[in-house]
Design a binder for this molecule. Structure first.
Ligand code: NDP
Length: 248
């Protein structure tokens, strides 16, 4: 399986890791079907990529939106080879702040968004007896730190869900890959709730530091996604854990 001519649905494609992945895969001949909420960003990205990209405004917290995105891919190309569940938010804060609205948003986007993708695409992939579901998890799905308990919880949950998916679907020829990045300089910091935490993360997410020893570039993660897709059908990349070299 190489990426050329593969149909790849990507959520959270309007910036950061999703945008970089869309560009890389399309440049290698994939047909990318892009979803996120910001229509202007998706329109600009699609125009930049050209004929290999289409988009639909999608809120992953809404199952019908995700189903329509997956269906758009299937109706246009007659198959869905890869679903990349990448959309996520990180409104970090301390539990004592009790920000229930942020907790709910993380559950709805980071966990339910992934479940919506899986639920929408599995019938198609089971019928194809082929498919790859990739999800952006995180080092935060391996290590808990203060000010991040709920975000950590969502990323731990997603790793468990993806491992369950792997076990349940392997006999259908469906593979699953968890991509677990450390710090990547993207717009993700804009979703942080607590100003002290945001300040502490500022350097890691500064675009000037992208691709430094402390901070990965979105392209570094896109390369890992490409690696997982480029494997032959008998090779399942279960997880790729990627840290900037200096990260603990
Ligand atoms: P960005 O903020 O640049 O990208 C997040 C993407 O998710 C955007 O395209 C955003 O688009 C989309 N998104 C957010 N909410 C929704 C929603 N409800 N429905 C659809 N799309 C949504 O950050 P990253 O590229 O860094 O984040 C991508 C993933 O990587 C996330 O899952 C994040 O948790 C994970 N990650 C990031 C790390 C980092 O250090 N940057 C480290 C480890 C994991 P829009 O607002 O237009 O909807």
């Amino acid at each position: 399986m190489t990426v050329e001519n593969k149909v790849v649905v990507i959520t959270g494609a309007s910036s950061g890791i999703g945008e970089a992945t869309a560009k890389l895969l399309a440049s290698r001949g994939a047909k990318v079907v892009l979803g996120a909420r910001r229509a202007d960003r998706l329109a600009t990205l699609t125009a930049t990529i050209g004929a290999n990209a289409i988009y639909q405004v999608t809120d992953v917290a809404n199952f019908q939106d995700v189903k329509q995105l997956v269906n758009l891919a299937y109706e246009k190309y007659g198959k869905v080879d890869v679903l990349y569940n990448n959309a996520g938010v990180m409104p970090q804060g301390f539990l004592r702040e009790g920000n229930l609205e942020s907790y709910q948003r993380m559950l709805d986007i980071n966990i339910m968004g992934v479940l919506h993708g899986i639920t929408a695409v599995l019938p198609i992939m089971e019928q194809q007896k082929d498919g790859l579901i990739i999800t952006t998890d995180s080092v935060a799905g391996h290590v808990v730190y203060p000010g991040s308990a709920v975000y950590n919880g969502t990323k731990y949950a997603v790793r468990a869900i993806m491992e369950g998916l792997r076990q349940e679907e392997r006999d259908f020829g469906i593979r699953s890959t968890i991509i677990s990045p450390g710090a990547v300089a993207t717009e993700l910091i804009q979703s942080v709730d607590n100003r002290v935490i945001e300040e502490a993360l500022q350097d890691l997410y500064d675009p000037k530091n992208s691709g430094s020893m402390n901070s990965l570039a979105a392209d570094d993660i896109a390369n890992a996604v490409l690696y997982a897709i480029d494997q032959p059908k008998h090779v399942a990349i279960s997880e790729v854990l990627i840290r900037p070299t200096s990260q603990i």
